[in-house]
Design a protein around this ligand. Sequence first.
Ligand code: ADP
Length: 269
Amino acid sequence: EVKFVDHPRPPARLGQVGLRVKSVIAVGSGKGGVGKSTVAASIALTLRQLGSKVGLMDADVYGPSIPHLLGLSGRPSVSAEKKIEPIMLTEPSSLPPMPVMSMGFLVEPDQAVIWRGPMLHGSINQFLGETNWGELDYLVIDLPPGTGDVVLTLSQALPLAGSVVVCTPQEVALLDAIKAISMFRKVNIPILGMVENMSGFQCPGCHKTYDIFGRGGAREKAEELKVPFLGDLPINIDLRTAGDEGQLAQMIAENATAQAPLESVAKAL
Ligand code: ADP
């Protein structure tokens, strides 16, 4: 069983903790519900499909949704070398298995977890340093929404390649995204760019596009804030249903409409 240490651990450094990863990318958002977890998982799956070795770490400790999106369950075991064995995503079977680690694998789904700062710090460091990730090109991290402790811990633990900020085109969501960007800047995490999610909806019947939450707001803000704009992802019903059914990996592997915008975001990273 995985046990968390209830005290702050000394900041771990990438090589020191044995993490063999070329690039660590944290996906954040200013607030919940903008599709951060869906986008983080989809980016990881897309990078894997493009031929990279990818791991996915769910650091959204307050509401871990990655296991559900990918249809994964089970309890990570601890090896003789005291490494936490991640849960492997084996779908689709044509692609190499992808290691996934989430607090969702360690707590009962209906249990509320109350995290105190030091405990949170310890668990994030253990996820990073004591999980048997293997050798990776990318470790994609799904951050909790908003600003806070987890980002601070990550910034101290290892050099991140950068952060991706997910937002919807609406002004309110954008204001929160700006806060997230300013937080990443404060802790010196480079900003890889902004992704506009739920950007327009094309009606499958009449092919007319409806800008349900608006459109283009994130691109404009990115320009204003001088951060790269990585692309927009339209509202896609298949993405929503696949996520709800734990079939995100299979859907993204098969669905060209979902793939196209994701590939352009992944390539912009
Ligand atoms: P967050 O992590 O920001 O709280 P989620 O990834 O859990 O957000 O997404 C919230 C809801 O929106 C989920 O039901 C998800 O399936 C849906 N969703 C996210 N992005 C899209 C999209 N581009 N098109 C359709 N539904 C989406």
